[in-house]
Design a protein around this ligand. Structure first.
Ligand code: TNX
Length: 534
């Protein structure tokens, strides 16, 4: 066996000693010369606190059971998700059961993964968890089921990459290293956006996108469901939006749309992974597909059924002084709200070049009232901060300091600075896919920034979280999308989850390198950034 000393000057996230945000980054507990090397697990996002044990790992065997010691039907569903994740590769039964309160603990020598909800652990919040692994047992505790779910994603990353296999794997030790983790997210909104309007993505492809988000503990997937090039969501009261408005895409492909059943499937799939789908329908600009379907909402009529397959922005708009426009938007928002389990509707609002400021403001305030009347919170791109916002409205920063105007209304900001987290930007001048109007965005650019200091005068308390948009003008399918997401999405996920004091580029790039084997096993396409020692 190779025996080595633990290198000194480990970062907080790599330390084999107790590690707290802000704790001095020194190896206080270097191994004695002959102790086996304890490699810190290479988790992304790095947990808030982690202590790596020196004892033997927990081994999952044919006899291991999954027990929900204190929980409910929802906690059992998370236990089932863990069972589903483990059964195929291990070929073990891994029965998951909800154990009645007061039942005896497992017999000594029985191997169990315990999940428990702890009503007294409110400090873990809605999404935090505690995970204690030793050779006897795995104990995962959370205040809410979402925390249990994030905990099983941590367990997944602690297991060998063959756990991702879609067939049974022989002669593999399914060991989980001894570790104690107490982990809560820095921000409540950790999102990724997929533009399904410029190029249409099938339900299966959206689910692949959701899978990647879940692996890195994101909790929002924002779908950009309409733009000039296509309308992608069936709205029962306005059937022409899809029958006439969905038939094309950038470059002239066939386009497509989600039926009500498709959308229900997507939201269910996301919910099972504790991800909220935030649907976006663009207005008043980026709206040509809707105008082509219902020409009475445009001031200058266009022929029904014509389509736009280019990539210019800013030229289309609904007629903001026409009652027909608001009647249609009320229909759309009402139907979309009814189909959407999450509490948000995103109305776009960006890049309108054909309206006066007064017209734009009046429009946004009217639509804000429509969204509210259907019981949802409005989200919009930063341009909406020109209007008088409700404190519950959320503005998505993407290009400038104008977003700071949200603060005067008590509205929160989602940080999506295009020079950091626009994942449709090329990595460098040689990247074939993508755009570069906001510059080149390498992995380090996506990682090495702090949302709380990015904009002057915007304190952390005004920021609800971070989101990485993936616009799809140049990305025709999920394979192309993955190339842009990976490895930058894990970087953004850590920006959103891990306390700033625990984040460090050199440490991150070492951990990131270890994730490539998992992406290969899953079959995720990725970009081999020269910044990482793969
Ligand atoms: C700007 S960001 C847009 C999108 C484009 C994207 C391309 C924003 C709110 N609008 O319409 O697809 O740039 O990078």
């Amino acid at each position: 066996m190779i025996r080595r000393r633990i290198p000194l000057a480990l970062s907080c996230a790599m330390l084999a000693a107790a590690c707290r945000p802000g704790a001095p980054v020194t190896a206080t507990n270097p191994s004695p010369a002959h102790a086996p090397l304890v490699m810190p697990p290479r988790l992304i996002p790095a947990p808030a606190q982690m202590t790596v044990g020196t004892g033997a790992p927990f081994a999952i065997t044919r006899e291991t059971v999954i027990r929900v010691d204190n929980g409910n039907a929802e906690a059992l569903q998370v236990a089932e998700a863990l069972g589903t994740m483990l059964r195929t590769p291990t070929d073990f039964p891994l029965v998951a059961t909800l154990v009645p309160a007061g039942s005896p603990d497992v017999a000594p020598g029985t191997s169990a993964i315990h999940l428990a909800l702890a009503p007294d652990r409110s400090a873990l919040g809605d999404e935090g968890y505690e995970l204690v692994v030793n050779s006897d047992a795995v104990r995962l505790t959370a205040y809410r089921p979402a925390g249990l779910f994030h905990g099983i994603e941590t367990l997944r990353q602690l297991l060998p990459v063959k756990i991702e296999s879609e067939i049974g794997v022989d002669r593999q030790a399914w060991n989980i290293p001894a570790v104690t983790i107490t982990d809560t997210p820095r921000f409540a909104w950790r999102g990724a956006m997929l533009d399904v309007a410029r190029h249409f993505y099938t339900v299966k492809e959206v689910e692949q996108f959701i899978d990647i988000a879940a692996l890195y503990k994101l909790n929002v997937v924002h779908l950009h469901l309409s733009d000039d090039q296509g309308w992608r969501i069936a709205i029962p009261s306005r059937p022409l939006l899809t029958s006439a408005g969905s038939l094309s895409q950038v470059g002239g492909g066939p386009g497509g749309f989600y039926t009500a059943d498709d959308y229900a499937e997507i939201t269910r799939y996301a919910q099972a992974r504790y991800i909220t789908i935030v649907p976006e329908v663009e207005m008043p600009g980026h709206s040509y597909a809707a105008i082509a379907a219902y020409p009475n909402v445009a001031c200058a009529n266009r022929a029904v059924g014509s389509s736009y397959t280019g990539t210019d922005v800013g030229w289309s708009t609904f007629c903001v002084d026409s009652a027909a426009t608001y009647t249609m938007l009320d229909d759309i928002i009402r139907d979309l709200a009814a189909m959407t389990p999450g509490k948000y509707i995103h109305i776009g609002g960006d890049e309108v070049q054909t309206l006066t400021p007064a017209q734009y403001i009046k429009f946004v305030e009217h639509v804000q009232q429509i969204v509210t009347s259907h019981g949802k919170q409005m989200v919009g791109w930063e341009e909406i901060t020109k209007a008088h916002l409700l404190p519950t409205t959320i503005a998505q920063q993407w290009k400038s300091d104008s977003a700071t105007a949200a603060l005067q209304y008590g509205s929160k900001l989602i940080m999506s600075p295009s020079d950091k987290v626009y994942l449709d930007m090329k990595y460098d001048a040689t990247t074939e896919l993508g755009l570069h109007w906001a510059g080149y965005v390498e992995v380090r650019d996506a990682y090495d920034w702090d949302p709380a200091t990015y904009m002057k005068g915007v304190p952390e308390s005004a920021i609800i979280g971070v989101e990485a948009p993936l616009w799809s003008e140049t990305l025709a399918n999920i394979t192309a999308a993955e190339y842009m997401l990976m490895p930058r999405l894990p970087a953004v996920a850590e920006v959103g989850w891990t306390p700033q004091a625990n984040r460090n580029w050199d440490d991150f790039r070492t951990r990131l390198a270890a994730h490539a084997a998992r992406w290969n096993q899953i079959g995720i396409n990725w970009y081999r950034s020269p910044q990482i020692a793969w």
